[in-house]
Each structure stands twice: as C-alpha cells, then as structure tokens.
Design a protein around this ligand. Structure first.
Ligand SMILES: *Cc1c(COP(=O)(O)O)cnc(C)c1O
Length: 421
C-alpha cells in the first residue's frame, strides 16, 4: 500500500493504524472501498443530521453548480445567500436579524468574539473580557482555543492564548458556584460577553446542564452589561430536541454561532447571527467602524444552496417528529446502563445519549480510546468515545434496530477492551 500523505486531525499517527477507506455514504451508513459497512453513530463528527447524502441536499448542490461557483461576497451578492440569511433569521431565536457567513464552527466563534469586542469599541465602552464555561469547547483556531478548556490539546500554544473568566460548569444541583463566579466576573468590570454551549458541553464530555441554569447565566451576563454568545455549532439543528438549544431556556442570545448541521452536514458553511444592536454598533460613515472580517469562501453559493435545501427538509419532512422519536429511543435504551456497575452517569439531551465507563486507573484512560474505537469498528460501528465517555449522536434517519446494534456493543465494550469488572 502507498503510505498516506495525509496528516489527519486529532490523530497520533505513531500509534493509530491507517483508517478504513470510505468509498460511499448513504443514510446512517458508510461503505468502505472493500465493501464493509459501518454505522455512523457520531454523524461524522456531529455534522450529519438527516443522514448522509440526503437526496434534496445533493440535488441542490448539483443544481447550484449549474449557475455559480464562488463569487466575492464583498461588493457583490447572490440570491442563495440573501434567501438563506432571511430564512435563518426566521427560524433563529427572536432578535437575531443579521447573518455573517463563514466556513467553519471555529470561524463562526472568532467572528462572534470580534463582533462583541467591535461593538463595544465602536460605542466607546471599554469591555474586552470574555467569560466562558469550564470544560467548554469552541474550536481549534487560536481565539476559539483561548475560550475553550485548556489541556494537553492546546498546551503548546498556551503562550498565544488570551485569558478568559472561567465559570464553573453549572452541574445540576450545583449551579450556584457558576452564578457566583459570573457575578464576580461582572463586578471586576470590562466583561464583554458570556460565551456558552447551550445545554450540552460537547467535546468537554457530553456534560448536560439545565435550561434554567442557561437562562440564569444569560440573565446575570446581561445584568453585568455583557452580551450573550450561544455556541450552537453542535447543539443546533435538532440535536438537543429543539431546532436550537437556546429555545428550551427561553434565551435569545445577542450572538449565535451555527455550522455543523447548517447544510445537513453535506458541505462546509457557518453563520454568526447578531442582533440589530450589534450590527448598528458597526453602522457608520466612519470606515474605521467597519466589521473587519472576511474569509475567501464567505457565503459560498453552493454551500448556501445546500443550507437552503436543509431548511426546506426541515419544513417539508417530519424532522421534528424524527428528532422526538430518536430522543425517546435513546432515552429508553441508555437506561439499561443505570444499574450496570461497569457504567455510570447515563444521560440524554434530546437526540444525544452518553454514559461514562468506570475506569479505575486514570493513566489507563489515554490508552482506552483507540482500543474502544477499534472494538466498535470491528463490530461495524463508528464511535469515538471522549476519554471514558461513550456517546451516541447518530443521524436522525437511524432505525431502532440500528440503535440496538449500538447499545449491545456498548454493553460489550468494557469487557472487550479489558476493563476490570
Ligand atoms: C465542532 C465545534 C466547534 C468547531 O467547529 P469546526 O467546524 O470544527 O471548526 C465549535 N464549537 C462547538 C460547540 C463544536 O462542537
């Protein structure tokens, strides 16, 4: 075999074998070049919502290529972006009425942070500090890493990262310390924004908190004069049971970031939505107040067409029903681990289910990831536990029988990878 020239993401090439070569994707399934089928239990890193290669989204992409490729989006516009912005404003939490397009979740976060600081600077208010939840994850560019949890993943880049106000995770029943920390951060002054993943910290281990806690954090941030930025990059598009997770808390953020499921997971696109106040803070005949951000592929017409098709799927197909059915199916199945001594902390939030493996020796934890992945793959399942957290975040087209395959394999996993009982 020809050695791969590819440097893969989050992959230690010295210890991980070459991955399967995927030749086809359809619905919840991937097929390798040599014909093996793999059930995608993690929606290909949380992007695929309806299923791989949804026909309407694929057709929209093909259709878009008949008329446009990339066109510069400063000084020119195109119909797909105009329509998509209007439609996003319609489905987003109230008050978000301007849409800035970029191309990844990390970029959407960078844009959000720049909007927040830009708005205060343009108003002559010296607010530059960001508060963020402990254990949060917002992407892997420098700004996004800065606001995320620090650890082995970003230790080498620490000198480049800016400081943030860390708010303890508002664990159910222990929310008060989060509230207190946010109030203290507010009193220190200069707080520009609270950035949160609403309801679920994704990469931080599928840690779930209550809508009421999100509402209280948003209230406290605003009481301190700060903006609320919702990172809905993972939680958006039905993952937590509602189109956006903020809805469950009755929170309308000042800025909302969306990406992953925005095109149904077909093609990269991101959007950062903002209120009129934030847009207007940049509105001026003074050119120095311009929002100085761009990426080459801003509002790519083909990606915008895919996102429009995704919105049409949400309107035309019973997606909300599928989401509710998947949520109920996950909830019913994760319970089997509640009294299993090898597991702890079985939980769900909408379509997301997670359970923690009991791993005695923390040093062993690092080794267990590749072994778990290999075990699941040997069963024809694509899963990627986060440390000791085994989670399922399948596309909404997954069937109950397919879920049973996944849950039966999770039940076998601890013994298969040699975790002591
Ligand atoms: C994945 C993710 C990001 C980063 O998105 P990319 O497209 O990978 O840059 C940001 N925030 C959250 C909550 C995410 O899950």
């Amino acid at each position: 075999m020809i050695p791969s020239a590819v440097w893969r993401p989050f992959t230690q090439h010295a210890v991980e074998p070459n991955p399967p070569l995927i030749a086809r994707a359809e619905g919840a399934w991937l097929t390798t070049a040599d014909g093996r089928r793999i059930l995608d239990a993690i929606s290909s890193w949380w992007v695929t919502t309806h299923g791989h290669r949804h026909p309407a989204i694929m057709a929209a992409i093909r259709g878009a290529t008949e008329t446009l490729d990339q066109i510069i989006f400063a000084g020119l516009t195109h119909e797909a972006a105009e329509r998509l912005a209007r439609e996003l404003v319609q489905v987003a939490p109230a008050g978000l009425c301007h849409v800035f397009f970029s191309d990844s979740g990390s970029t959407a976060i960078e844009v959000a942070l720049k909007m927040a600081l830009g708005a205060f600077r343009n108003r002559g208010e010296p607010r530059t500090r960001i508060a963020a939840l402990e254990g949060g994850y917002h992407g892997d560019t420098i700004g996004a890493m800065s606001v995320g949890e620090r650890g082995v993943f970003n230790a080498a880049y620490e000198p480049l990262l800016f400081e943030v106000e860390r708010i303890p995770f508002p664990a159910p029943g222990r929310e008060q310390s989060a509230y207190d920390a946010l109030e203290r951060a507010g009193r220190r002054g200069g707080l520009a924004a609270l950035l949160v993943e609403p309801l679920v910290l994704g990469a931080g281990g599928m840690r779930i908190y209550k809508p009421a806690a999100l509402a209280e954090l948003a209230r406290l941030a605003r009481a301190a004069g700060a903006l609320v930025i919702a990172d809905e990059v993972m939680t958006g598009w039905g993952r937590t049971g509602t189109l956006f997770a903020c809805e469950q808390a009755g929170v309308s953020p000042d800025i909302l970031c969306t990406s992953k499921g925005l095109t149904g997971g077909a093609i990269p696109l991101a959007a950062t939505l903002a209120t009129a106040e934030i847009f207007e803070a940049h509105w001026s005949t003074d050119r120095s107040r311009t929002f100085f951000h761009s990426s080459s592929y801003t509002a790519n017409p083909i990606a915008c067409a895919a996102a429009l098709a995704n919105l049409a799927v949400w309107r035309d197909e019973p997606v909300a029903k599928r989401v509710a059915a998947l949520a109920a199916a996950q909830e019913a199945r994760i319970r089997r681990f509640e009294n299993d001594p090898r597991f702890t902390n079985a939980r769900t939030c909408g379509t997301i289910a997670a359970v923690d493996l009991k791993v005695g020796d923390a040093g062993y934890l690092a080794e267990i990831g590749p072994r778990l992945r290999a075990f699941f793959l040997s069963r024809g399942l694509l899963a990627r536990p986060l440390g000791d957290v085994v989670y399922l975040m399948p596309p909404y087209c997954v069937t109950e029988a397919e879920l049973d395959l996944l849950y039966d394999s999770i039940a076998e996993a601890p013994d298969a990878v040699g975790l002591a009982r």
